[in-house]
Design a protein around this ligand. Sequence first.
Ligand code: PHE
Length: 445
Amino acid sequence: MSQRETWATRVGFILAAVGSAVGLGNIWQFPFQTGANGGAAFIVVYLAAVFLIGFPAMLAEFVVGRRAERNPIDAFARLGHRNWKIVGVLGTLSAFWILSFYSVVGGWVVRYVLGSATGAYFSGSEAYFGAISAGPEAVGFHAVFMALTVGVVALGVTDGIERSTKLMVPSIVILLGGLAVWAGTLEGGAAGYAYYLSPDVDVLLANLGSILPAAVGQAFFTLSLGMGAMITYASYLGRDDSLPVDGATIVVLNTFVGLLAGLVVFPILFSLGIEPGSGGLGAAFITLAGAFAQLPAGRFLGVGFFVVLLLAALSSAISLLEVVTTYLVDNTDRSRSTLAVALGAAIFALGVPSALGVPILSWYNAIAYNLLLPLSVLTLLLFVGWADTDDAVAELRRGTDLSEGGAVAWLWFVRTLVPLGVLATLLLGLQSLAVKAGLLAAPLV
Ligand code: PHE
């Protein structure tokens, strides 16, 4: 086994983690989740979920990863808790599973970059989506996206992931910022801001039962929790910088990019009189692409937007592939590049059914969202809060001037409020799986 790599710089780690966090979840899913769940009211709950539940959970992953300096599966034995290995197994399997369909959507995005340049979807965005989202071509673009992901991971932690995210993350922010400024000049776009930025308390209270799990699930997904990704990235730290400061920076930047995406999407839709909120996996592609088709310089904007989406998706996908790759790098004598290619091929194969039918993709997604993620986060929280307790507190304090009291406060969050929130989400998630499978006619709560 060769010497384990570490990040070259602190900023490198932060940007890699932001790259993981900022993904399809922020730019594609977040604005549309917001639309489907009543606009600004959703954002209030989402922000609470990010800071009160997601942030402490992220620190829990960091604490495990930095101290173990191992892949998520072997980390627990390293920390002297062999029995908790299942937590790492769950996370790693989730990463494998999620990347399989994330890459299919990544393939759609590649296709839309090209389609924007040629104006291919301009004559009918719905028909275009129907034609490209499933079938042999979707499989082909899924392969292209996976190949890009494999290419970065094969190059290694510093030369591949750190270098590429250092370029990708600033590009995402700059391009998206530019698009937001431009969207601000659209006539009639202001209604979009109001919808997006001023919460309606009645809507919030009336729909809390459905808003809550959506918001918590979205918070985990967007912060890349429950998939071993943050454990893995923290395992390459090899340095003693403050985890709370780094974690807060990552959470804030990720939230900022999500909100910025909304500042692009909503003015565009409202300026054309399109109501956001029609759900469904294809909604973002169909409605937004439809909007680009109607706007002046639409090709240009379309390319800009979908390039942002592509960079965001890629910098997330590499963190998912890294989770599985690092396990084999730690446990075999094969080279990283061989392993990355082999795993990429296996995950590609798992994703083929999703590329052949959007309903299948939607199932893969629902299983990940409603079952794998909450279960994996919950078990990790139980481990950190109830098994690793004192060592976790000490690790959180390493390299900080955080008082013991501060660290203990975090611990109590991790032991109580956060797992309860996750448990509620898990139960509601199972219920929505049951509804989707036709086992339940309607949600009970
Ligand atoms: N956070 C990513 C997004 O918002 C998804 C992701 C989850 C990436 C877990 C890596 C690990 O799209």
